[in-house]
Design a protein around this ligand. Structure first.
Ligand code: SAM
Length: 231
C-alpha cells in the first residue's frame, strides 16, 4: 500500500476534493454513469476518504464503504459516524463479510489497478450484486499507462512505479497496467457484462481552474470507466 493512502491519507483527502484529475475529471465522469440512487443499497469499494460516500448518501443511498487503508476507514468513520458502515478489507481477497445479492450498485473508483489478480474480486462483485444491479469502476486508461510501460509489451500485465505530486510533494505509487482485452476477459470470466464504457469528460469548472488542463484532457484520454451488469 502506497504511503499516499496511509501516512498521507488526510493530505490526500484535501488534495482530491476539487483538483483537476479527481474532482474535475474522474468523479464527474463516474457520477454521470450512476443510476438513480434514492433508497438504493450501494457498496463503495476503495472508498478512500469518503468523497464518493458523501455524494452517495446525499442522494439518498444507504452506503457501505470499504478500503484496505485503516487510515481511510478512520476518516470515513469520523466524517459519517453511523450514517455509513465502513471497514478495512484488502479487495484482492474479495469481500467475505458481505452477503450474496445484497447491493443495487457497486462502485470502485480508481482502485482496481492496485490489485494484481482481479479474479477473486470480480467474482465477489458479481456475487454481491442483486439481479439488475450495476457495477461501475474507473481506472487508468490502458493507452496512457502504456506510455510508461517497462516491458514495451502492451499485452503483458506489469507493475509500474511512479512518483505522484497529488499531495504537494512526490510520493511513490505502484500499480498494475493491463490491456483492455484483459479487463474484458476478467469481467466476462466473473460473469459480468460491460453495458457502457466511457473515456471521461472534464467538468466545465476545469476551464476556469486550468484552461491548459481542460484543453489537454478534452482531447486526450486519461481514465476509462466501465459499467457492468450480471450476465
Ligand atoms: C486513488 S484512491 C481512490 C479513492 C476513492 N475511490 C476516490 O476516488 O476518491 C485508491 C484507494 O484504493 C485503496 N486501495 C488500494 N489498494 C487496495 C486494495 N487492495 N483493497 C482495498 N482498497 C485498496 C487505497 O487505500 C485508496 O484509498
Amino acid at each position: 500500500m502506497s504511503k499516499m493512502y496511509e501516512q498521507f491519507a488526510r493530505d490526500y483527502e484535501k488534495a482530491i476534493t476539487d483538483n483537476i484529475y479527481n474532482g474535475n475529471l474522474e468523479r464527474p465522469s463516474l457520477i454521470a454513469m450512476l443510476p438513480e440512487l434514492a433508497e438504493k443499497s450501494v457498496l463503495d469499494l476503495g472508498c478512500g476518504p469518503g468523497v464518493y460516500a458523501e455524494y452517495l448518501i446525499s442522494h439518498g443511498a444507504t452506503v457501505t464503504a470499504v478500503d484496505a487503508s485503516q487510515e481511510m476507514v478512520e476518516i470515513v468513520r469520523e466524517k459519517f459516524g453511523e450514517a455509513v458502515k465502513t471497514y478495512a478489507q484488502d479487495l484482492s481477497l474479495g469481500l467475505p463479510e458481505e452477503k450474496d445479492a445484497s447491493y443495487d450498485v457497486i462502485i470502485c473508483p480508481l482502485t482496481v489497478h492496485y490489485i494484481e489478480d482481479v479474479s477473486v474480486f470480480f467474482g465477489d462483485v458479481k456475487r454481491l450484486l442483486k439481479q439488475g444491479g450495476v457495477f461501475i469502476f474507473s481506472t487508468h486508461h490502458p493507452v496512457v499507462d502504456f506510455e510508461v510501460s517497462p516491458s514495451g509489451n502492451y499485452f503483458q500485465r506489469e507493475l509500474i512505479t511512479e512518483e505522484w505530486d497529488t499531495v504537494g510533494h512526490p510520493v511513490e505509487v505502484s500499480f498494475y497496467r493491463r490491456s483492455l482485452t484483459e479487463w474484458f476477459e476478467s469481467l466476462a470470466s466473473a460473469g459480468l457484462c460491460v453495458t457502457n464504457l466511457s473515456e471521461g469528460k472534464p467538468s466545465e469548472r476545469m476551464k476556469s481552474l486550468c484552461a491548459d488542463s481542460y484543453k489537454r484532457l478534452s482531447t486526450t484520454p486519461n481514465f476509462i470507466f466501465f459499467k457492468c451488469e450480471v450476465r
